[in-house]
Design a protein. Structure first.
Length: 355
């Protein structure tokens, strides 16, 4: 199974991407609205077809990207039926199964943090995605959204601690950079519910957390009851000046074929050395040379009124050049994917070769 763990530093949220290696069908668990472009880039680069987007619960600290993934990729939205939320394609409950290719997730109802919290368990019971129920050396708060500390005790003890000890625990959040635990570890070392803890110990601990309400509570919960769908049904503005795709590495790229067709509309910035610029590989017609190690000092030579396309031999140095321009406030910037090596392979026109 294909597996990736992603992180949102603002809300300390983990997003999980799981895919079937044979069919390329995939699911996304707990996506964050602001990280949609990053996640979509990774999905595209891995060649996955997202069938379902799953939220472990209605989040109070961030807005889900479920609706965005549905609009962009046709994914079906999955959420607990206990919320009665709108814009949900599949309302699930305990015992249901979410299938993607030859892989599957079992749905386990684990209320306590909220009334509709779910834990998703792989068919081999080797991975469990516990949301804000059981966390690494912790457990989700139980003081709002229908939370109940006694229900959480039962959820963890009966639905999560009943899994094999070597089952990996992947939580919805971690605020100290911890990424994974196991059922066995948490049964032994979790300070709230592990070891010889009894229900009254757990209740006493949880009732005295003294945590402030999440800052986004009044925004996130109403939005997430609509699967993160904005009131205006609008998506983040796409880049309109060209067919720019932002990679998972965060690099905006345009295909060389498009560049070759729009040379008169673009500022072509070549960041190779002077020797390479005059070398056998050649250069794009009309390209302006500013070697990468001089770009910061000569950045004023790059116009701001038209799109800037950065090129080099392989697309690696030019990716850094694009980053430098973006950091300097340039709005319309992209790297030529594959650089002049790829340009040459495509036998594109408008390419000068120095003889």
């Amino acid at each position: 199974m294909i597996f990736r763990q992603l992180y949102d530093p603002v809300s300390s949220t983990y997003t999980y991407l799981l895919g079937c290696a044979e069919s390329r069908e995939a699911v996304v668990i707990d996506p964050v609205f602001e990280q949609h472009a990053r996640d979509a880039a990774l999905i595209r680069e891995l060649g996955l077809d997202v069938r379902y987007v799953l939220d472990t619960h209605v989040h109070a600290d961030h807005v889900t990207a479920a609706w965005l993934l549905k609009q962009a990729m046709g994914a079906e939205i999955v959420l607990s039926m206990r919320y009665g939320a709108t814009d949900v394609d599949r309302a699930v409950d305990h015992g249901d199964v979410v299938q993607f290719g030859s892989c599957a997730l079992e749905v386990r109802a684990t209320p306590g943090h909220t009334l509709g919290c779910l834990t998703y368990v792989t068919s081999g019971q080797d991975m469990a995605f516990t949301g804000d129920c059981l966390m690494i050396r912790g457990a989700g708060r139980t003081d709002f959204q229908g939370g109940d500390v006694h229900e959480m005790w039962r959820s963890i003890r009966e639905q999560i601690f009943s899994l094999p000890d070597d089952c990996l625990i992947y939580p919805g959040h971690d605020y100290q950079g911890r990424t994974v635990s196991t059922v066995g570890e948490e049964k032994r070392f979790n300070p709230r519910i592990g070891g010889d803890a009894r229900e009254e110990d757990f209740v006493g601990y949880m009732d005295n957390l003294g945590l402030p309400h999440p800052k986004l509570l009044d925004i996130a919960v109403p939005a997430n009851l609509h699967s993160g769908r904005p009131a205006s049904d609008t998506r983040p503005d796409p880049i309109r000046w060209g067919p720019v795709i932002v990679t998972f590495a965060g690099v905006p790229e345009v295909p060389p074929e498009w560049v070759a067709q729009h040379l008169d509309e673009l500022f072509i910035l070549d960041v190779r050395s002077e020797g390479e610029f005059d070398g056998e590989l050649g250069r794009v017609k009309g390209a302006h040379l500013i070697p990468l190690d001089e770009l910061r000092e000569r950045i004023d030579e790059v116009p701001r009124e038209c799109p800037v396309v950065v090129v080099c031999q392989s697309g690696k140095r030019s990716a850094k050049g694009a980053e430098i321009l973006l950091q300097a406030g340039y709005q319309k910037v992209a790297n030529v994917a594959g650089g002049l090596i790829h340009w040459s392979r495509l036998a594109l026109p408008f390419r000068e070769q120095v003889t």
